[in-house]
Design a protein around this ligand. Structure first.
Ligand code: 13P
Ligand code: SF4
Length: 353
């Protein structure tokens, strides 16, 4: 597979080889910061916020794409709700003038890369991702120099600059399939080490080189508390996202992307489920499976909202309204980076059909 290593992009924060993948913790937004962010503009907001958003959508010829981790009100206002792969496909296909992306920054960037003639806006530009932040392009480019004959498979949770350094992108719903399709080629997988380890196992490989990144949400689930719940609910099935640690994944009855987990819970004969992923998924899951009992997997620290993504939750209905009203903040990708990032994303889309 041909590979061009572009000049490294700009890093948002300093990184060294010794802290690869571990950079995110210092800059986590807190969920309570949402209230003050939206409160400061309270007097600019219409009484019927939802109605105003529907009107603005029509006026702007805009489409709202939302991830399953968004708060339920945002999901209910969206034209399309999906996992990372489905959202990329929807972003590529839309003919709307404006894509309002209620998700995190790398998702909106991917939409822009795939559909550069549309304006892409987000409710909050600070909605990042610990996996993307923990893999700065200049450090990643330097690390890749150690593996010149490897195919670079990057999880979509990374910046446009890191995508531009990659051979093929994957999401949690197609990672195993893509790695398996690469046969016996040497592979580096970034940035999520837990997904990388899970995929290595699925592909029967022990030689895949893993970047050491993690998701701040999925690594908080407590194996001990999940097992205690299982004792209390012996018939319950445990379902988990592959970003979870091995100590959680080894107890799972089913491991899949967000859309895969929703499908499994809807179709399984079990009545009770312990859900080891971000709690926003429960909204759609419960709608699809109203007769099932859904128990969110508990985080280690039960005094925090650690099973909610602090980045996804920066987006609020208020900010969604303001972004559609003002057509900002806008997400842009420089054309040289976009062109280089497009090819590995297109490869993924071709390999996912
Ligand atoms: P999915 O692609 O499974 O929706 O996952 C996205 C994500 O960010 C998980 O933390
Ligand atoms: Fe990133 Fe984790 Fe949030 Fe998903 S849940 S967007 S991987 S920080």
């Amino acid at each position: 597979m041909e590979k061009t290593l572009p000049k490294a992009g700009s890093a948002s924060r300093p990184a060294t080889d010794s802290n690869l993948g571990q950079l995110a913790g210092s800059a986590l937004p807190t969920i309570s910061s949402r209230a003050s962010a939206s409160g400061s503009v309270a007097n600019e907001l219409p009484d019927d916020l939802e109605g105003a958003i529907v009107d603005l959508k029509k006026e702007r010829n805009a489409v709202i794409l939302a991830h399953y981790y968004q708060e339920s009100e945002i999901q209910d206002l969206a034209d399309f709700v999906g996992d990372s792969l489905q959202l990329s496909q929807a972003a590529r296909e839309t003919e709307a003038d404006v894509i309002c992306f209620a998700g995190v920054h790398f998702m909106a960037e991917t939409a822009k890369i795939l559909n550069p003639t549309r304006k892409v806006i987000v409710p909050d530009l600070d909605a990042g991702c610990s996996l993307a932040d923990g893999c700065p392009a200049p450090v990643f480019a330097r690390w890749l120099e150690k593996y010149p004959d490897h195919t670079v498979v990057s999880y979509i949770n990374c910046s446009a600059e890191v995508k531009a350094l990659s051979d093929v992108i994957c999401t949690s719903s197609n990672a195993a399939k893509i790695v398996q399709a690469l046969g016996d080629r040497k592979i580096v997988f970034a940035p999520d080490k837990h997904l990388g380890r899970y995929v290595s196992k699925q592909a029967g490989r022990d030689d895949i080189v893993l970047w050491q990144g993690t998701c701040v949400v999925h690594e908080t689930f407590s194996e001990k508390k999940i097992l205690a719940l299982k004792v209390k609910h012996p018939g319950a099935e445990i379902v988990a996202h592959p970003e979870c640690e091995e100590s959680v994944l080894r107890h799972a009855d089913h491991i899949a992307s967000t859309s895969g987990l929703i499908k499994y819970v809807t179709e399984s004969d079990a009545k009770t489920f312990i859900i080891a992923t971000e709690a926003g998924i429960l909204h759609k899951m419960q709608k699809q499976a109203p007769d099932k009992e859904l128990i969110p997997a508990p985080p280690e620290d039960d005094t925090c909202n650690c099973n909610m993504c602090p980045f996804m939750r920066l987006n609020t209905v208020e900010k969604l309204y303001l972004s559609l009203r003002d057509l900002k903040p806008e997400v842009d990708v420089s054309e040289p980076v976009r062109i280089r990032a497009l090819r590995p994303i297109e490869r993924m889309l071709e390999m996912s059909v």
